[in-house]
Design a protein around this ligand. Structure first.
Ligand code: UT7
Length: 323
C-alpha cells in the first residue's frame, strides 16, 4: 500500500477590479497591441487598497473547502506559496488559519516566487506520504501590484493579483501510475541567476523594493528549463506525452507556454491557458488555472495533469498528478 496525496477540492479568488491593457496606455509608453502580442495578456486583476494577500488566500481556501465538502476543522496543514505576504511575520498561512477559524494543525509559507506553488505541492506531498498530515490546504496567493514600479513599462504591464487553492488528502494507492494523486515531483534552483529577476529591496535593507526583470534572459531560461523539468517528472511517474491530458503551466507569457508545450510534443489543445485574463500572478497562477480549468469542464477526475513553473532564483520545478 502506498499513501497518495489526492486533490479533493479546488477554488480560486480574484479581486474585483479588472484592469485592461488600455489603462496603461495613458500612463506609460505602451500599447494594448504590444502587451497582447509579446505576452498574451489582455487584462489582470488588482487588489483594492487595503486588500491583502492573506485575504485573497482565505477566499480561495474557502472556495476549495466548499468544493471538497469539508470545513476548516478537517484540515491539519496549511501551506501558502507567496512572495507578497501581508507582514514580514507571521506567515500569511497562519493568518489564513486564523481567518478560517482554525485553532489546530500547523501553517507555514513557502517562498519560491513564481515556482512557489509547485514547491508548496511538493512539500505538502512529502508531509502527506510521510504521515505528518492527512488533509492539507495548499494555496498560492499574491499581490504583485504592490511591488510594481509603475514607471517601468517592461514589468508593470505583466503582473496581476489573485489566489488559488487545492485540498490534498491522504488516500491509499497501489503505487502504480493508475493511482489518483501526486505521482512525481521535480524541484530545482540556481542562485547564480539572481540578477535577472529580483526585488530591489527587503527586510534587511529596511525597504520593500520593486520587481526588476531582464525579461529576455528569463524567457531564454524558461522554455528550456520548463520543458526539461516537466519531462523529468513525467519520466519519474512513467508517463509519456501521449498520456498527458492537461499541461497547467505557470502563466507568465503565452509564447513561453507555447514554446514549452512544443518542446514537450503536446498540442495547445491540451494546455490550460488563463494568462490573457489574469496576467502573471506568480505563485497563484497554477492553482488559479487549475480551478478555472476544472470549472470550464476541462480537468476531470482521472486526468493526468502536469504543472510546471519558473521564477526568481532562478527556481523551477514540476508536478505530475492524476486528478
Ligand atoms: O513569472 C516569472 C518569469 N517571468 C517570465 O517568464 C517573463 C519572461 N519574459 C517575457 O515574458 C518577455 O521577455 C517580455 C514579455 C517581458 C518581453 O518580451 P520580449 O519579446 O522579450 O521583448 P523585449 O524585452 O526584447 O523588448 C522588445 C522591445 C524593446 O524595445 P527595443 O529595445 O527593441 O527598442 C523594449 O524596450 O519592446 C520594448 N518594450 C515595450 N514596448 C511597449 C518593453 N516593454 C514594453 C511595453 N510596451 N510595455
Amino acid at each position: 500500500m502506498t499513501l497518495r496525496a489526492v486533490v479533493t477540492g479546488v477554488g480560486h479568488y480574484l479581486p474585483e477590479r479588472i484592469v485592461p491593457n488600455s489603462e496603461f496606455e495613458s500612463k506609460i509608453d505602451t500599447s494594448d497591441e504590444w502587451i497582447r502580442t509579446r505576452s498574451g495578456i489582455e487584462r489582470r486583476h488588482f487588489a483594492a487598497d487595503g486588500e491583502t494577500t492573506s485575504q485573497l488566500a482565505t477566499h480561495a481556501a474557502q472556495a476549495a473547502l466548499n468544493d471538497a465538502g469539508l470545513s476548516a476543522d478537517d484540515i491539519d496543514a496549511i501551506i501558502v506559496a507567496t512572495s507578497t505576504a501581508d507582514l514580514t511575520f507571521p506567515s500569511a498561512a497562519t493568518m489564513v488559519q486564523a481567518q478560517l477559524g482554525m485553532t489546530k494543525g500547523f501553517a507555514f509559507d513557502v517562498q519560491a516566487v513564481c515556482a512557489g506553488f509547485v514547491y508548496a505541492l511538493a512539500n505538502a506531498n512529502a508531509l502527506i506520504v510521510s504521515g505528518q498530515a492527512k488533509r492539507a490546504l495548499v494555496i498560492g496567493a499574491e499581490t504583485f501590484s504592490r511591488i510594481m514600479d509603475w514607471e517601468d513599462r517592461t514589468t508593470s504591464v505583466l503582473f496581476g493579483d489573485g489566489a488559488g487553492a487545492l485540498i490534498l488528502e491522504a488516500q491509499d494507492g497501489s503505487g502504480a501510475k493508475s493511482d489518483r494523486g501526486i505521482l512525481a515531483t521535480d524541484l530545482n534552483s540556481d542562485g547564480r541567476f539572481k540578477d535577472i529577476l529580483y526585488v530591489d529591496g527587503g527586510v534587511s535593507q529596511r525597504s520593500t523594493g520593486y520587481l526588476r526583470m531582464q525579461g529576455k534572459e528569463v524567457f531564454r531560461h524558461a522554455v528550456e528549463k520548463l520543458a526539461q523539468t516537466a519531462i523529468t517528472s513525467m519520466d519519474k511517474a512513467g508517463i509519456t506525452a501521449d498520456e498527458v491530458d492537461w499541461i497547467v503551466p505557470h502563466q507568465a507569457n503565452i509564447r513561453i507556454i507555447k514554446g514549452t508545450a512544443k518542446k514537450m510534443d503536446i498540442p495547445m489543445s491540451r494546455v490550460v491557458v488563463t494568462v490573457q485574463d489574469h496576467g502573471n500572478t506568480s505563485a497563484a497562477s497554477i492553482p488559479l488555472a487549475l480551478s478555472v480549468g476544472k470549472a470550464e469542464g476541462k480537468i476531470k477526475e482521472g486526468d493526468i495533469v502536469v504543472t510546471e513553473a519558473i521564477g526568481g532564483g532562478l527556481a523551477w520545478g514540476s508536478v505530475v498528478l492524476r486528478w
